[in-house]
Design a protein. Structure first.
Lengths: 368, 365
């Protein structure tokens, strides 16, 4: 009898969730969500672009991925979803959303306030990527295919591949909404830009206090900034030309450090150092052996060149008042009294921040 | 009353850990962020040490009466009518605590998973299962706890390995930036997470081995719980900003969303479901202790254990209809935290002092 009761109870518990069931065939999985203004000049009504993904002809095995595009206006995502559900059959679900794209006009105008609501979704992947698009968002997302790929797959894989290789930052939504885990919501956000009739990654957009500043970093500068901010070496490819040396290196290993120099409550300098162990892949001398002296000279030239580029990056970041390297947090964490005496937001652009890049060539790739 | 079978030291260890680990794991960093800020881990550590002092206190009291459980010797310390009142109060406290834990967990399930399912249905299922378990003997409960022990281990590993997704250790600095006051406030809130070790009040005479072994096992259980909570606090503080922690009621659920497993839709949802094993272990221990204390209202024993348990379950189900809003639940939970300090620290300390003054216990031991 006891076993019977136990079995009935177990079944009851297992069936409890059935009230909440939603049939899979009725769901429209939003793969990418785009966010833009309908007309920024007239009013600030939001326009949401939903790219849903489905698998056609799946009965034969495999199936063909396809996107459906739908756009809707509303005060927030919830309102837009509710309106959409009245205009098309099926239930829009953000259960599998992989990417949120905001337009540059939204990005400049407190975008995070529109995205906080994503945390209210019951089963929303808050670790979906966030990116900005410098173009007509609805035009991009309504494309049926790009290079024989669905738009959603194309954009997502473009991001994911580069993130895995450590070339661009991994901007996940939850890092920025609800107050953000960044010290002052200063970050660099991956930026898509129109390219010919398609789209490509065009570096990163600089955000200060959660808003797009209009300043950007190129793809090359983004990589160097990323390495300076603690990204480990994943054989990222860096190339350049300086003092007649046309070089290409693979970053094998990195080490970063921040040194704050101050006397009392006077912050004199912040030194940002990046040490890299690299493989010299190409220096225009592939068929000849390198001597130790030659390598020393070359690593000196490369280090000087990269230091100059790092200085330029810091200059842009300071112009944009974007504390991407979280120097404010560093000061607040290790020198709290000093931090309290500063007005970080106002003083950051004029601080002396000195980056240095040191390079050690550990080998010359597969040859030699 | 049935004679209780003895349990082994290992069984006491698992029971104590499971009783201590309750629903608090999910919300502790959020609750403490408001008070202790980035020094949450320090509050958790210090409250763990406070709980250790509490364990020594209960052990001291129990070791004065090593052959009888608390409910049997309470009358000897304060006299029969007052002793019965003490047992009645403990019975009500444990029933209320079981109810609060059940309601809190159901509320979490309701918000994250079963939005449409009626509250009473989820609550009833959990109450029935826990009630059924609570009608068993201490040894059987220990067996169930041992079987469930794998789940806290899995939960711990899932939480601990989430740090691979990136931690900002600077979030922990500077330590004690606001002084000791916030940390001391945090100790009060964190202490409720350690409650459950009071199982020792009842289980003391039924553990195989000497008195010292009991103290050692309980200390080990408390250390494991402390480690669990400290890791949870450190992970949450380093993975979320302070503003985020103030807004996110269950940061652990948010952290688990980070895991990408090809074969699983949402690890966080699975975690919440499996967490029922840990929560139910806490609930059935509370119901069991409650029924035992009601049974000990008189020396000969009042009623059957199973009848008391089902009465408690029915009252809890009835009570759930009166707690509808989140605010009510928060207030009830806060009231239970206060009661915990009274029943787990205050009253045992008072009884120990009275026992010491009156010199009861040692002679009869």
């Amino acid at each position: 009898m006891k076993k019977m009761i136990a079995a009935v109870m177990s079944i009851c518990v297992l069936l409890t969730g059935c009230t909440d069931q939603i049939k899979l065939k009725n769901l429209l999985f939003v793969d990418i969500m785009g966010l833009d203004y309908v007309d920024q000049d007239k009013d600030k009504t939001l326009q949401f672009s939903f790219v849903t993904s489905s698998l056609n002809d799946a009965y034969q095995g495999g199936g063909k991925p396809a996107n459906q595009y739908h756009e809707q206006t509303g005060k927030n995502i919830y309102e837009a979803v509710i309106r959409s559900n009245k205009e098309m059959p099926g239930i829009l679900s953000v259960l599998e959303t992989r990417l949120y794209i905001i337009s540059s006009s939204i990005a400049k105008d407190d975008p995070l306030s529109h995205l906080h609501i994503a945390s209210q979704f019951q089963s929303n992947p808050l670790y979906a990527y966030l990116a900005v698009y410098d173009g007509d968002l609805s035009k991009l997302l309504s494309k049926p295919k790009i290079k024989d790929n669905t738009v959603s797959n194309y954009l997502f894989e473009l991001l994911e591949d580069e993130i895995e290789r450590g070339r661009i930052p991994s901007n996940k939504l939850l890092n920025y909404i609800l107050g953000g885990d960044q010290f002052m919501n200063d970050f660099i956000l991956n930026r898509f830009e129109p390219y010919k009739d398609e789209v490509r990654l065009g570096g990163t957009a600089l955000f200060s206090n959660g808003k797009y500043t209009g300043y950007n970093l190129s793809n090359e500068d983004t990589l160097l900034a990323l390495l300076m901010n603690g990204e480990p070496g994943k054989l990222q490819f860096i190339f350049g030309k300086s003092q007649g040396l046309d070089y290409s290196i693979h970053v094998q290993d990195t080490k970063q450090a921040i040194h704050i120099q101050h006397s009392g409550n006077n912050l004199s300098e912040i030194a940002l150092s990046l040490r890299m162990k690299v493989r010299l892949v190409d220096d225009g001398k592939m068929l000849e052996m390198h001597t130790k002296q030659e390598l020393d000279e070359k690593q000196q030239i490369i280090a000087e060149h990269l230091t100059a580029r790092a200085e330029k990056i810091v200059e842009i970041l300071q112009q944009a008042n974007c504390d991407y390297f979280q120097l404010g947090q560093q000061v607040a964490a290790y020198h709290p009294n000093l931090y309290q005496s500063l007005n970080w937001r106002e003083q950051y652009p004029s601080l002396t921040v000195k980056p240095t890049v040191k390079v050690a060539i550990i080998n010359s790739g597969n040859l030699e | 009353m049935k004679k209780e079978e003895q349990i082994t030291g290992r069984q006491l260890l698992t029971m104590a850990i499971m009783a201590q680990l309750g629903i608090e794991v999910l919300s502790l960093p959020h609750q403490l962020a408001e008070n202790a800020g980035r020094d949450t881990w320090l509050s958790v550590l210090l409250s763990g040490l406070t709980a250790q002092v509490g364990i020594v206190l209960l052990w001291w009291l129990g070791s004065r009466y090593p052959t009888r459980p608390f409910y049997a010797y309470s009358s000897q310390i304060v006299g029969r009518p007052l002793g019965a009142f003490v047992n009645l109060a403990y019975g009500c406290y444990y029933a209320f605590s079981g109810f609060v834990v059940t309601a809190l967990y159901c509320n979490t399930l309701k918000r994250w998973m079963f939005v449409i399912t009626p509250d009473w249905m989820i609550l009833m299922m959990l109450l029935l299962i826990c009630g059924y378990a609570a009608t068993s003997s201490l040894k059987r409960l220990a067996f169930i706890s041992q079987s469930f022990m794998l789940f806290p281990v899995i939960c711990f590993l899932l939480i601990a390995f989430s740090c691979l997704y990136g931690m900002e250790t600077r979030n922990l600095l500077p330590v004690l930036s606001e002084g000791w006051t916030p940390v001391m406030k945090g100790i009060y809130f964190a202490f409720s997470a350690y409650v459950g070790y009071d199982l020792l009040l009842y289980a003391f005479p039924y553990v195989k081995g000497g008195k010292r072994k009991v103290l050692g096992i309980m200390s080990l259980a408390n250390t494991c719980t402390m480690l669990f909570y400290i890791v949870v606090s450190l992970i949450c503080t380093t993975m979320f900003g302070q503003k985020q922690l103030l807004l996110i009621p269950e940061p652990i659920v948010f952290i688990l969303k980070n895991y990408k497993v090809e074969m699983l839709q949402s690890l966080d949802i699975l975690f919440l479901i499996f967490y029922v094993c840990i929560v139910s272990a806490t609930i059935y221990v509370y119901f069991y202790l409650s029924a035992k204390s009601f049974q000990n209202l008189s020396k000969k024993g009042v009623g059957k254990q199973s009848v008391w348990v089902w009465v408690i379950v029915a009252l809890c189900l009835l009570g759930s209809f009166f707690i509808d809003e989140q605010h009510d639940l928060t207030q009830t939970s806060s009231f239970q935290d206060k009661l915990s300090i009274l029943f787990v620290v205050g009253l045992p300390l008072l009884l120990l002092i009275i026992s010491g003054i009156r010199g009861t216990g040692r002679r009869s031991a």
